[in-house]
Design a protein around this ligand. Sequence first.
Ligand code: FPP
Length: 247
Amino acid sequence: MSEDPTQLNPPINLPRHVAIVMDGNGRWAKARNMPRLAGHRKGVNAVRAVVECAGETGIPNLSLFAFSSENWNRPEAEVGGLMSLFMTALTKEVDELQKVGVRLRMAGETSRFSPDLRRQMEIAEKQTAEGTRLNLNICINYGGRWDIVNACRQIVSQGIAPDKIDEKLFSQYLQVPDSGDVDLMIRSGGESRISNFFLWQDAYAELYFTPVLWPDFGKKDFLEALQWYAHRQRRFGKTGDQVQQPN
Ligand code: FPP
């Protein structure tokens, strides 16, 4: 790929919200006769690379699917290992994230995590709360259907009248509402599905699937996805003639 979106001045047609399903850690490890956790550990490097690249290119919102509501069904050792990995990453990376202007937030049902991990999540969120360069949403014990049900519960519990409920109001009750709808959804690891990630927010997302396994996913792969997105024609229900052609 010869074009490099970091070189576009001003950047054109960049997505405002990129969401990533980070898949393929287990297969990466298996191919090397390593435990699955080694793949997850290596996956943290890929997280660092995309966060840096999102900051450099000027993408304002990045959401990473780190642990789904269904991931509790994995072997206990893997779940425990992932929890330690989250704890270590949160503790180690928070100073740097704050320094470069990242605002870190957790999206999902965090009540199921250990008190120590929850405390660390709160510390990281508070410490980075003033960041204005990039909203980084870590989706953890997150499920798109849960997000919608959770929003309904809040709306009902606040006694909001049915005729006051519209799409705009509803979306304000979803997780990280200020990140807005997803423009570009990336999934690594070769599968072509959404896996219950951001169902409402994905309504008009461009879907980019790559066979690259997450631990191998680097800046080059992220830039390729951005370049692909830059040439998509987003119609939002209109005809091709009604919308402007992308550059
Ligand atoms: C899916 O790959 C990956 C996960 C369930 C975990 C993702 C976690 C990380 C990348 C670790 C760090 C994250 C943060 C935010 C610090 P898989 O295990 O399903 O892979 P497979 O399909 O090859 O088995």
